[in-house]
Design a protein around this ligand. Structure first.
Ligand SMILES: Cc1cc2nc3c(=O)[nH]c(=O)nc-3n(C[C@H](O)[C@H](O)[C@H](O)COP(=O)(O)OP(=O)(O)OC[C@H]3O[C@@H](n4cnc5c(N)ncnc54)[C@H](O)[C@@H]3O)c2cc1C
Ligand code: FES
Ligand code: FES
Length: 476
């Protein structure tokens, strides 16, 4: 570890930027990218709306070196800590246009938005421009327009004109090679700075798993941060200092994905968007949930390990991982062990992880004999947390009886939990409507959910019952 390098080094709008952080600096490792940009005095395109990743007004684009190429993703800068930028290219809306003697030259994306009158207040527009810029850089298709814009709120002009502009951007980009995509200068700089270490007394950003496990065993109080989409809210919403941080977001080993004959193996640092794209064709139940998990900006940063580690009752992946009987691989510097989601998640936001341990892999068996199904119910279709999430797996016998069943719900208890009484009732019953109508009446013996702003207790029970019936009607 090079102890002379407490710098964060990244490209900022095409130029190398170094930020020195120590106890005397005006910025810390928990300064958000948005806070830093606004403090510079000339980057006002990026706005603070909600400061919790919900509105998209602070959207910027990050270029990241992946398999020798720069890949671009839109992210919310309000919940991104500065060290995340290390080795990446930060692009703000100011980079897209240029001004010479008072004359502006707009990026074609901005021109198309203006042509469609897709901007009114101006507050949310830079964020929308950046989302569409990342969309365009990624060669996305027309069917991806809604998903790409789901993290940007516009409350005035309505989305129709923005979507019309997005359609024109797809047509236009088919004829125009994205100009930054193959920028050789950027590529060379990113290659050079990618492997550098960044650390301070209170923040470690290891590049290898071995190093991370060593730090965790020597400093078990260091809090693990991956995408920070949960952790950053402690700072931005609760004004808490997170404490000393072990940032695992730069460990390549944790981002690996392997598909074997009988299972998928995902590193815990795989982000939710990559997971969505990889398995949407194989498991429609994952697709149903991941398509409405947060927004594009959140999914591009949020990790699989972070969803498990947060042990939230409404962590959307947890019921799915339960029914797919995923194995969670947990490592410390001296041992590796395996847990199921049921044994790992012990109580409200409490896991069985020891202070020196971390989640490193998630193994999901490929077993074609099951019928999988899931549905997330929330107050808003996109970018909302679950009121109730149902995830089911059924295996039928040759004479169409229920040979095996797993029913897991999120939002119904302090932790995602299986409906064990309902499962016991269904086991061995014929796969017919009557079995499901009766089973739906038993759900209320499995759960005593809370009433809160998302839903009342009564509505949650009704939702859980109706989702079971819906599964049957869709699969009969
Ligand atoms: C606007 C917004 C929308 C969201 N929408 C959804 C949604 O629709 N569905 C949903 O389920 N969640 C949602 N979330 C919550 C969050 O995005 C997810 O839980 C995400 O998967 C967390 O991953 P992360 O990498 O950002 O975790 P972090 O914030 O980095 O960490 C979360 C927790 O996990 C621990 N942790 C992280 N990685 C590991 C590891 N490898 N080993 C051990 N512990 C670890 C951390 O210590 C921390 O306690 C949303 C959040 C925001 C801000
Ligand atoms: S300020 Fe709302 S998403 Fe960042
Ligand atoms: S243009 Fe800002 S809310 Fe619609």
């Amino acid at each position: 570890m090079n102890k002379d390098q407490p710098h964060i080094r990244f490209l900022f709008n095409g130029k190398l930027q170094e930020l020195f952080i120590d106890d005397e600096s005006s910025i810390s490792s928990q300064t958000t990218v948005l806070e830093w940009l606004r403090s510079l005095g000339s980057y006002y395109g990026v706005k603070e709306g909600c400061a919790e990743g919900d509105c998209g007004a602070c959207t910027v684009v990050l270029g990241e070196l992946i398999k020798g190429k720069i890949q671009y993703k839109a992210v919310t800068s309000c919940i991104l800590f500065l060290p995340y930028l290390h080795g990446k290219h930060l692009i703000t809306v100011e980079y897209l246009s240029s001004v010479d003697k008072g004359e502006y030259t707009l990026h074609p994306i901005q021109e198309i938005l203006a042509k469609h009158n897709a901007s009114q207040c101006g507050y949310c527009t830079p964020g929308i421009v950046m989302s569409l810029f990342s969309f365009y850089q990624n060669d996305k298709q027309k069917e991806d327009i809604n998903t790409s814009l789901s993290g940007n709120l516009c409350r005035c002009t309505g989305y129709e004109s923005i979507k019309n502009a997005a359609h024109e951007i797809v047509d236009w980009s088919e004829e125009n090679e994205p100009e930054y995509k193959f920028d050789k200068d950027h590529l060379a700089v990113l290659k050079q700075i990618k492997g550098d270490h960044f650390f301070t007394t209170h923040y470690y950003q290891p590049q290898s798993l071995k190093e991370a496990l060593k730090i965790k065993s020597e400093k078990p109080d260091f809090v693990i941060v991956a995408g920070a989409t949960d952790m950053a809210l402690l700072k931005t919403k609760k004004q808490k200092n997170i404490g000393d941080i072990l940032d695992i977001s730069h460990i390549e080993e944790l981002k690996k994905v392997e598909k074997r004959k009988t299972y998928w193996e995902f590193g815990s640092g795989v982000n939710v968007e990559d997971l969505r794209l990889l398995i949407r064709n194989e498991w429609p139940d994952f697709k149903a949930v991941l398509d409405v998990f947060g927004s594009n900006q959140i999914r591009s940063v949020a990790t699989l390990g972070g969803n498990i580690g947060s042990a939230s009752p409404i962590g959307d992946l947890l019921p799915l991982l339960m029914v797919h009987q995923a194995q969670i691989i947990i490592q410390s510097s001296h041992q590796t062990r395996v847990e199921s989601i049921e044994s790992l998640i012990q109580d409200y936001r409490k896991t069985s992880l020891l202070a020196e341990e971390m989640i490193t892999k998630i193994i999901i068996p490929i077993d074609k004999g099951w019928i999988y199904w899931s549905e997330k119910v929330s107050k808003r279709r996109q970018l909302d947390i679950s009121s109730v999430l149902a995830s089911f797996a059924f295996r039928l016998t040759k004479d169409r009886k229920i040979g095996a069943v797993v029913l897991a719900y999120g939002g119904m208890a302090a932790i995602p939990k299986r409906a064990s009484k309902t499962e016991a009732f269904l086991l061995g019953k014929p796969f017919v409507e009557e079995s499901f109508l009766e089973a739906a009446e038993i759900i209320n013996h499995d759960y005593k959910p809370l009433s809160d702003v998302r839903s009342s207790q009564k509505a949650r029970i009704l939702l859980a019952s109706n989702l079971l019936k819906k599964f049957y009607y869709q699969n009969q």
